[in-house]
Design a protein around this ligand. Structure first.
Ligand SMILES: Cc1cc2nc3c(=O)[nH]c(=O)nc-3n(C[C@H](O)[C@H](O)[C@H](O)COP(=O)(O)O)c2cc1C
Length: 167
């Protein structure tokens, strides 16, 4: 047996994976949706990525412990807001225990009824395409049905810290 196959028998420790993923620099998004009563909900997300151009698909993953999981599983749509460098405070607010997240920012409902954060680098409205088991997360794939893009510097996440990408 080679050394490599011995390693392949064992998954790595979750702390090691968390550490190594910290050195993969990402942008920062806030994923939003309108609840059944149209009440907006959103959370900070870095697991966002593109999947397919035709059809236009993106993905992100939600922690299964999040009590809004059933809402995302039942929704007719959600939005991904790609955050700008000057919106780091909002990124923190939407990852905190603050229950009044939307009172701290300007937002509006988009053409497909999802909450869009103003002055984000981009707003993508999506309708559900697929949902997959992702271990302790649920992976949501969305079909992008509308896009708004602004120019500017990006919010970034690296080594556990929020920062600014100079562009
Ligand atoms: C930089 C950053 C990235 C995050 N990415 C994700 C993610 O991809 N998926 C997820 O479920 N939570 C992610 N979180 C955690 C949620 O934003 C956080 O737990 C939030 O408070 C969950 O919303 P809730 O308080 O309404 O449950 C991230 C937090 C931070 C600070």
């Amino acid at each position: 047996m080679t050394q490599t196959s011995q390693f392949l028998d064992q998954p790595v420790a979750s702390a090691d994976l968390r550490n190594v993923m910290g050195c993969y620099l990402t942008g920062v998004t806030i994923v939003t949706l309108a609840g059944p009563d149209k009440k907006p909900y959103g959370l900070t997300v870095t697991s966002f990525n593109s999947v397919s151009l035709s059809p236009p698909l993106i993905l992100w993953s939600l922690d299964n412990r999040n009590d809004k999981l059933p809402m995302f599983q039942d929704t007719r749509g959600f939005a991904v807001n790609i955050m700008a460098a000057d919106q780091l405070t909002l990124c923190k607010t939407f990852a905190s225990a603050d229950n009044d997240r939307f009172s701290n920012c300007n937002w509006r409902f988009g053409a497909y009824g999802q909450p869009l954060l103003e002055n984000a680098l981009a707003n993508l409205e999506c309708r559900p395409w697929a949902e997959y088991d992702g271990g302790d997360h649920t992976i949501f794939v969305g079909e992008v049905v509308s896009i708004k893009q602004n120019k500017g510097k990006a919010a970034a996440f690296f080594n556990g810290k929020l920062g600014q990408h100079e562009g």
